[in-house]
Design a protein. Structure first.
Length: 436
């Protein structure tokens, strides 16, 4: 069901060339979504309705979800699901508030200050997937940090569903997503999915005004639209199909490891599940557990496709040192550490979206109630990018405040450096203030 890659006794020049990875051609997808984005840019709401009918099989009469539908979804929400959402919101809000950066003013001498001022992005568009499985948790993960950051205007989009909802008919996002929006106080919600949702945020259409930043995970076409429109809008990252990597030694529990590989594989046939271990016994035991667990779960075919794909595998290594080299090269979205002294081993990881330490911190915890954010960099992007946080919704502005006397102290240096760059006008902008 899952292939093996044996790296024992070898030292590849670059482990990135040998780790399991799907062949995802985002550039090819960009050319597919380009006409979609152009249609939204030129024809707005009418184009979105046509595209929703084409790709989702249904189109909402109005793109914006009526407030009454949000209220009804929340009123009809299973109390246990509501309790889970409230706990998830509360825990994430606490971690977001703790990481909130404050303004810092540096004095560089009498009358000379530079303030590092943190300001929120003014308007954001958030995307919650709704294809294979409507991800209500993604609503929480996007909205809470934006709210804590102080974003003044929040819009959210999620694909229209074919199933009718109450008296509102078909074409609304999943009821759980609507309920989560209502619970969080987000009332600007649009029944739009995929690349057309990203284009709606980037250009504005119908009641939706253009946004400054778009965040949230999605399929390859959503990712491609974000790449295409980056610059017109800011984006969080190109977050594609989910992935898990597990670094485990001989003491790991094979049932736990297999269950966690399965948990991510059920997201999508393109999801990646990777085990890196120095224990041949564990590898055998995990394979045996997979044979049992996969056929006992609901989404067997989807999970088998993900585990059997080239993006998944069991990687055998000589020892934990080589295992860490592999893990840091892979730069997983989610990384679990199932080893002796797991906290110490986790301290040696520098490329991962989020690290889960020990047998009782599975990725599923992070998906919902750990207090961490599950919108994380995929496809190796964790080597240069971070997961979604308050910082994604805030930007820094330097405020420079100098008196005449403070400027005089460095005036000669500025004039000299301007001359060195053959920019005399820069120097004259200084001297004019003292020649008069």
């Amino acid at each position: 069901m899952i292939r093996r890659i044996d790296l024992r006794g070898s030292t590849p020049a670059d482990y990135r060339d040998v780790v399991p990875r799907a062949e995802v051609d985002v550039e090819a997808a960009v050319e597919i979504v380009r006409p979609i984005c152009d249609a939204v840019r030129t024809r707005g709401e009418a184009a979105i309705r046509e595209l929703s009918q084409q790709y989702d099989g249904v189109a909402a009469e109005r793109l914006r979800v009526p407030r009454a539908a949000l209220d009804q979804a929340l009123a009809e929400l299973d109390p246990a699901v509501r309790a889970g959402l409230e706990e998830s919101i509360a825990r994430l809000r606490r971690t977001c508030e703790a990481e909130l950066e404050h303004d810092v003013t540096t004095s560089l001498g009498p009358g000379a200050t530079v303030t590092h001022r943190m300001v929120p992005v003014r308007r954001v568009g958030l995307y919650a997937p709704g294809g294979i499985a409507p991800l209500v948790s993604s609503v929480v993960m996007n909205v809470v940090p934006a709210q804590v950051a102080g974003v003044a205007s929040i819009a959210l989009a999620s694909p229209p569903q074919r199933a009718p909802f109450g008296s509102f008919g078909v074409g609304l996002p999943a009821p759980t997503i609507l309920a989560a929006c209502a619970l969080l106080g987000v009332d600007e919600v649009y029944a739009v999915g995929g690349a057309q949702a990203i284009a709606m945020f980037a250009y504005g259409a119908g009641e939706c005004r253009r946004v400054d930043l778009v965040t949230g995970p999605g399929n390859i076409y959503t990712v491609a639209a974000k790449r295409l429109l980056k610059g017109r809008i800011g984006i969080d990252a190109e977050a594609g199909p989910t992935e898990i990597a597990i670094l485990a030694d001989d003491g790991a529990d094979a049932a736990y490891v297999a269950a966690d590989l399965v948990s991510q594989a059920e997201h999508d046939p393109q999801a990646a599940s990777v085990l890196v271990t120095d224990s041949l016994r564990l590898a055998d035991d995990v394979e045996a557990e997979l044979d049992k667990q996969v056929f006992a779960t609901r989404h067997t075919e989807r999970i088998r496709a993900a585990l059997g794909g080239q993006q998944s595998g069991i990687v055998l290594v000589d020892d934990l040192d080589q295992g860490l080299d592999v893990i840091n090269a892979y730069a997983a979205e989610h990384l679990e550490i199932h080893t002796a002294d797991a906290a110490s081993v986790a301290g040696r990881v520098f490329n991962a979206g989020a690290v889960f330490v020990g047998p009782f911190a599975p990725v599923s915890l992070g998906d919902y109630c750990a207090g961490s954010n599950h919108v994380l960099p995929t496809a190796g992007c964790a080597c240069h990018s971070s997961g979604l946080s308050v910082r994604a919704f805030r930007k820094a502005v330097h405020v420079v405040d100098y008196t005449r006397e403070a400027l005089a102290e460095v005036a000669d240096h500025v004039v000299t450096l301007a001359g060195a760059e053959d920019l005399p006008g820069h120097g004259e902008a200084i001297t004019v203030r003292f020649d008069r």
